[in-house]
Design a protein around this ligand. Structure first.
Ligand code: 8YV
Length: 326
C-alpha cells in the first residue's frame, strides 16, 4: 500500500505506521508544485494530507486509484465529501485532540481584543509609550457578558467552559441541532442566528465550514450586532466577508475582531485590517501546540492503520461510506 505524505508531521505518527509495517512516501522537496503533488497522488493508494489541497471531483477523476484520504486536520471543507462517499473513499480527520488548543486560541483572541493588546504592544515597540493617560486605549471587561457561539460542538464546548469559569459569561448558541450536554452542563441557551447576532457581547465561530456558509458574517450581520461586540473566528476565513468586517470595525458598528483564519490564507501583510487597533490576526495557529499536533499525528496514523486492516477509520468525516460497503 503506497501512502503519500505531502508535508512533515510529528514523528510519533510516522513511528506508529512503521511499527505496523506501513511506509510513507515523503518527497524530499519542501514545496511541491501542484503538478508534482498531483503526480505523487496519482501513484498513491492513500494520501495523508497536510494543509489545504483541494480534493474535488476533478481531483478524483485525475486520481482514480486513490482508496482513502486521511487529513491532518479536523476540518474537511477542502474535500467534496459527497463525491468521495459516492466513490467509496473514506475521509479520515483528527477531531478531539485539538479541542483544547483551538479553543485556547479563541479565548486568547477574545482577551487580546478586549484589552487592545495588539495596539498596546505596537505602542511599546514603536517608542510611543508616553506619560500616563487615564483615558487612553481603554479596554472592556468580559465579566458576566454574553458569549454567543455559532456551532457549539466539541471546540465550542471548550471555549464556553473557559469563558464561564474565567468570566462567568452567559452562553447562548446557534447550531443545526440542540446541544443538550451544553444546555445541562453550561446552562447554554439555544437561540436563532438573529438573536445570536443581536444579544452577544462576544461571538465566536466553531462550526464546520461549507460553501453555503460563505460570507455569513456580512454587512447585514455586523449591523445587527452590539456596538461593543467582539467577533472571533478560529474556524474558517470563509465565514466572514472581510471588507464588511473592516468596515464594521472601522465605523464602530462592532468593537473589534480576533481572527486565526482569513480568506485567503496567508493574509497579505498590507491588509488594512492589520492597521486597526481593535483587530488581532494570528496565522492559523489554533492547533499549533506540540500536544495537539502529536495527537493529530497519532489519530491520522490510527486512521491509516485501521484502513490498512480493512477496518473503519476511528475518526472519519464520512462514516456513511462504510454503510454503503456493507
Ligand atoms: C490545521 C485546522 O492546522 O484542524 C483543522 O481543521 O484548521 C488546523 O488544525 C490545518 O488545517 C493544517 O492541516
Amino acid at each position: 500500500m503506497k501512502i503519500f505524505l505531502n508535508n512533515r508531521i510529528p514523528q510519533n505518527g510516522i513511528d506508529l505506521l512503521k511499527n505496523n509495517k506501513l511506509e510513507l512516501i515523503i518527497p524530499t522537496d519542501d514545496h511541491l508544485s501542484h503538478e508534482d503533488w498531483l503526480k505523487h497522488c496519482q501513484s498513491a493508494d492513500v494520501i495523508l494530507n497536510v494543509g489545504k489541497n483541494k480534493f474535488d471531483k476533478s481531483f478524483f477523476d485525475q486520481c482514480p486509484n486513490i482508496k482513502a484520504i486521511v487529513l491532518f486536520s479536523v476540518g474537511f471543507d477542502q474535500v467534496d465529501v459527497e463525491e468521495a462517499t459516492r466513490r467509496g473513499i473514506p475521509i479520515g480527520n483528527t477531531p478531539e485532540v485539538l479541542n483544547k488548543a483551538t479553543s485556547d486560541v479563541a479565548f486568547l483572541l477574545m482577551q487580546m481584543v478586549s484589552r487592545k493588546v495588539n495596539y498596546n504592544i505596537e505602542k511599546v515597540k514603536g517608542g510611543q509609550w508616553k506619560d500616563f493617560d487615564s483615558m487612553e486605549a481603554l479596554g472592556q471587561e468580559l465579566y458576566g457578558k454574553k458569549l454567543g457561539i455559532l456551532g457549539l460542538g466539541r471546540i465550542g464546548f471548550e471555549m464556553a467552559k473557559k469563558c464561564r469559569a474565567a468570566f462567568d459569561m452567559k452562553i447562548i448558541y446557534h447550531n443545526r441541532h440542540h446541544n443538550h450536554e451544553a444546555e445541562q452542563e453550561l446552562d447554554a441557551t439555544y437561540v436563532s442566528f438573529e438573536e445570536l447576532l443581536s444579544q452577544s457581547d462576544v461571538i465566536s465561530i466553531h462550526a464546520n465550514y461549507t460553501p453555503g456558509e460563505a460570507g455569513k458574517f456580512d454587512k447585514a450581520a455586523f449591523e445587527k450586532m452590539k456596538s461593543n461586540a467582539i467577533f472571533i473566528n478560529t474556524a474558517r476565513g470563509g465565514f466572514h466577508n472581510e471588507s464588511d468586517l473592516l468596515q464594521a470595525v472601522q465605523s464602530g458598528t462592532i468593537w473589534g475582531a480576533g481572527l486565526d483564519v482569513t480568506n485567503p490564507e496567508p493574509m497579505h501583510a498590507d491588509n488594512p485590517l492589520l492597521q486597526l487597533p481593535n483587530v488581532v490576526i494570528l496565522p492559523h495557529i489554533g492547533s499549533a501546540t506540540a500536544e495537539a499536533r502529536a495527537g493529530m499525528s497519532r489519530v491520522a496514523a490510527e486512521n491509516i492503520i485501521a484502513f490498512s486492516k480493512n477496518l473503519p477509520m476511528p475518526s472519519c468525516a464520512n462514516p456513511d461510506v462504510y454503510q454503503q460497503q456493507m
